[in-house]
Design a binder for this molecule. Structure first.
Ligand SMILES: C[S@@+](CC[C@H](N)C(=O)[O-])C[C@H]1O[C@@H](n2cnc3c(N)ncnc32)[C@H](O)[C@@H]1O
Length: 111
């Protein structure tokens, strides 16, 4: 699993220390934006979880950047879909024309 987040938040290491080393060793952290991460990625992504700016333009840019890197049948999940403070998430999904399923605040669709 690789996380793309330009901000290295305080206490990240403390939280990471709570999981077994075997889990930690499978997580990579890239201090870059999601779009830049996609552009540098070789592809074959089976699960994409988007929980970043929540703004329409940036979320749309991420979805478009990752789309060619998704494996067939990949699951795309977006956090905070339908949250009244973050209308941009649903707007971005509508803009790419994807239809999926809302579970709590998580919207998922299959590529
Ligand atoms: C709502 S937090 C979610 C963080 C994490 N998914 C979690 O649940 O703890 C949003 C995160 O998006 C990061 N972020 C902001 N702009 C971003 C971008 N352009 N690409 C990727 N991540 C971004 C922020 O630094 C922040 O850590």
């Amino acid at each position: 699993m690789t996380s793309y987040d330009p901000v290295v938040h305080e206490h990240r290491g403390d939280y990471l220390s709570l999981v077994p080393r075997a889990v930690r060793e499978r997580i990579g952290f890239e201090a870059i934006e999601g779009v830049a991460g996609a552009e540098a990625h070789p592809g074959g992504v089976e699960l994409l979880f988007v929980d970043s700016t929540h703004e329409r333009a940036a979320t749309l840019a991420e979805l478009r950047a990752w789309e060619p890197r998704l494996a067939p049948g990949a699951v795309v999940a977006l956090h905070d879909y339908g949250h009244p403070d973050f209308p941009g998430v649903a707007e971005a999904v509508r803009a790419v024309g994807q239809v999926g399923k809302l579970t709590g605040g998580l919207y998922t669709f299959v590529h």
